[in-house]
Design a binder for this molecule. Structure first.
Ligand code: PDD
Length: 279
């Protein structure tokens, strides 16, 4: 597969990143994952705007190709023969001496790659997920889409080992988000709820689009904190992300209690979102 690295399209086997790249030595880096549906990149501007916000918050200089990225992303998809798939973008500060505070590098490292994705063919999309609710052990700037993903990897691995598909995190205010997704619930009264954005969660592009689309379809989304008890009382729960799209949570485990959920409204929202993707 062809990747785009620091200004060039090259074969993945020829791509080289310095061992002194701060993405490697300090875990300094931010990323984006977008999907392409029939060659159209979904919410492209929103993803790139969030990349800019992450870079700015992390104090990483924009890569010199920043303004050309939309074209380069489409070009990369074409070179890899991908119409339905994902595009991964990672930016790190580049290479410096190993010093916490080092003077600016020659250039930020920009890597872009692509891959296939099952989208609505995934098992989770069709049949839903079984999810464990666990404490959020991440840092206090979860609005930055950082490549420091050890907590998420550890949480997902432990959940899989315990027979679940994924996790939902909670902090002192209640539910934060999934390990790589945002959380919505439908209450018994039919109210659609998700947590407001802050430094504590990622402002998901799919989340934001789902809010817009549901409102266009006559539903209202209330943005307020969701407690763990709210989750246990809820009628439906679903997760959103660029790769999950809209995925129903069919079973949840929380403090040793477990609950089964229906997904009527979730299926409706899946259909609305799918229409948006294929528009
Ligand atoms: N993750 N919250 C977290 C912590 C995430 O990592 C993601 C996405 C989301 C959803 O954001 P969006 O709707 O913009 O994809 C929420 C990507 C898919 C990943 O890490 O692979």
């Amino acid at each position: 597969t062809v990747v785009f690295l620091n200004g060039r399209f090259i074969n993945e086997d020829e791509a080289m990143i310095s061992p002194f790249d701060r993405g490697f030595t300090f875990g300094e880096g931010v990323y984006e994952v977008c999907i392409s549906v029939g060659g159209k990149i979904i919410d492209l501007e929103e993803h790139l705007a969030r990349l800019d916000r992450s870079l700015n918050a992390a104090g990483i200089t924009l890569p010199p190709e920043r303004s050309l990225m939309p074209g380069l992303m489409h070009d990369l998809l074409e070179r890899n023969g991908i119409k339905n798939g994902f595009i991964y973008i990672q930016v790190t500060p580049g290479k410096t001496v190993r010093n916490f505070i080092a003077s600016p590098t020659e250039r930020s490292t920009l890597l872009m790659s692509t891959g296939p994705t099952p989208l609505e063919e995934s098992n989770a999309y069709k049949h839903g997920m079984r999810v464990q609710v666990i404490p959020d052990i991440r840092w206090g700037r979860r609005d930055i889409k950082t490549t420091m993903l050890m907590p998420q990897v550890m949480a997902k691995r432990a959940a899989l080992d315990a027979g679940f598909d994924d996790v939902i995190f909670y902090d002192d205010l209640g539910i934060t988000e999934g390990s790589s997704s945002n959380v919505f619930m439908v209450t018994n009264e039919g109210e659609l709820v998700t947590r407001p954005v802050s430094h504590q969660i990622l402002s998901g592009c799919t989340r934001n689009t789902v809010i817009e689309l549901t409102e266009q379809n006559g539903m209202t989304v209330t943005e307020r904190p969701i407690t763990r008890d709210d989750l246990l009382q809820a009628k439906e729960i679903f997760l959103t992300s660029s790769t999950y799209l809209v995925v129903p949570v069919v079973e949840l485990e929380l403090d040793g209690k477990s609950k089964i959920y229906s997904c009527e409204k979730t299926k409706k929202i899946q259909n609305i979102y799918m229409e948006y993707l294929n528009k």
